[in-house]
Design a protein around this ligand. Sequence first.
Ligand SMILES: [Zn+2]
Length: 274
Amino acid sequence: MHTLWYITVKLKELVFCQLGKRSRPQKKAVWIDCGVHAREWIGPAFCQWFVKEAISSYQYDSVMTRLLDQLNFYVMPVFNVDGYRFSWTTDRFWRKTRSKNHKFHCRGVDANRNWKVKWCDEGASSHPCDDTYCGPYPESEPEVKAVAKFLRKHKKRIKAYISIHAYAQMLLYPYSYKYEIKSYSQNAVTALYSAYGVRYRYGPASTTLYVSSGSSIDWAYRNGIPYAFAFELRDTGYFGFLLPESLINPTCTETMRAVKAIASAFVSLLYPVS
Ligand SMILES: [Zn+2]
């Protein structure tokens, strides 16, 4: 594995990989999470793909080598572990976490409506049986609380946040975005298109997809992570959550191009070539 530093970090409630060339002082970092919503199976597949690609192309691919030399990547392959497991064993279309509710028999909270930013406002439900249930209070879910705590603690270094969802073929960013985010997104969807000609729309989440309060990208942006993105991977509804196995490879290949484009823009911003 040459000089590439690859470790799996297990904190109390947190399992993720740290990828990057060992360096001192601490480098800037990019956080990537997958599997926030249980039924979006292409997400965890992408995170694993990312780790495999990063490790196998380091020192062979000049772009990836630069990224791993200059940045650390924190990759969390399955954010919502209990929900993901439930989607394999019991209900393929399960979305939420699996937490219990005192008053209702319905279980689970939408882990992308549980963040402490305009919590339980428009686009979220206060009813525990709904798929977009925001939870009894912000960060009620241990999964959300653990990641929020980690991001808060390392916000001086983590400057980009990417959350992988499905499906819609969109690249989304917070409503009150910085201008560069738009050009980053444009470059990213162009890079994605270059692989197989698959078109993605991009724009602020609220006007491109739908209004959602308490989401992780809005939270990240509000908490000092200037570059926050959510991907909605393939497709646009033909297979939906049941994207067939044969489309894992092309979907991950094209998404990799987009993520590399975003990270490269970020590296160029941090370390301009003179
Ligand atoms: Zn999702």
